[in-house]
Design a protein around this ligand. Structure first.
Ligand code: F6R
Length: 250
């Protein structure tokens, strides 16, 4: 692994997806070791699946204790039933929560079944504040530069909010559904301000398709049209990427 240092932002370049997963898992496990009651911000999507497998593996081998950990996921489709196999709460139970000793009382995901989206968003922000803020936020990145479901836009949304998903996101996420028509058009997502308030950020990026957007994120102009570019303004960001995604930095 080779680490490039852009002062506030570090780019760790790994050989392949396996190494990305191990390095990212090590980072999350380290946060929980340092602080037993750590507050973790978590992401769904394909990229962190390997990292979650590594975390579950470490837990099963006595390498971690999540009993005091609190989690906040970035986003959830809206509306969606919690039991729907496409919901993010379902994904998280399948990929992580079912395999570790987390207290489900300490798990937070925007509620896709909430009666009122706006009230749910305000409530979600309150819960993050009451937990003392997020210690480590895990992020993936969309091909369009989105973080959470903060889609390219003329302005940054600060707080957790109701989002209309971009056509490109609907297309990208259709790989999980039988047809594109079935992809939900809306979601609830942490805002850019919510994400930026995390003490540390871990962004995981893999695959050549994301090479261009990773370059824009690190070296491009800071603009809401590339939401991830705002990470240049955060004080403690680690990006873990494979060689394909980091090809412009080799
Ligand atoms: C997921 C999320 C999204 C994904 C992004 C990348 O909770 O908020 O921003 O991180 O769409 O998804 P994958 O990893 O599937 O390419």
């Amino acid at each position: 692994m080779n680490v490039l240092d852009f002062s506030n932002l570090k780019l760790a370049i790994c050989a392949d997806y396996g190494e990305v997963s191990r390095v990212s898992a090590g980072y999350v496990l380290g946060a929980v070791k340092d602080k037993a009651n750590a507050v973790l911000g978590l992401a769904t999507g394909s990229t962190p699946v390997g990292m979650y497998k590594e975390i579950v593996f470490a837990y099963k081998n006595g390498g971690a204790d999540f009993s005091k950990v609190t989690t906040f996921n970035l986003d959830e489709y809206f509306p969606i039933k919690n039991t729907d196999s496409q919901s993010y709460i379902y994904f998280m139970k399948e990929n992580l929560f079912g395999g570790i000793n987390i207290d489900m009382e300490n798990v937070n995901i925007p509620n896709g079944e909430a009666a009122d989206a706006e009230v749910e968003c305000l409530w979600y922000e309150e819960k993050i504040k009451a937990a003392g803020g997020i210690d480590l936020q895990v992020l993936g990145i969309g091909l369009n530069g989105h973080i959470g479901f903060n889609e390219p836009s003329p302005y940054f949304e600060a707080k957790t909010h109701y989002v209309s998903l971009d056509e490109s996101t609907i297309k990208a996420n259709s790989r999980f559904f039988e047809s594109e028509d079935l992809v939900p058009r809306h979601a609830l997502s942490m805002g850019v301000g919510t994400i930026m308030a995390a003490k540390k950020i871990l962004l995981i990026v893999t695959g050549e398709a994301k090479a261009e957007i990773l370059k824009e994120t690190i070296l491009g102009k800071i603009t809401p049209e590339v939401p991830a570019s705002v990470l240049q303004l955060h004080q403690n960001v680690t990006i873990v990427a494979d060689r394909d995604a980091a090809k412009y930095f080799l």
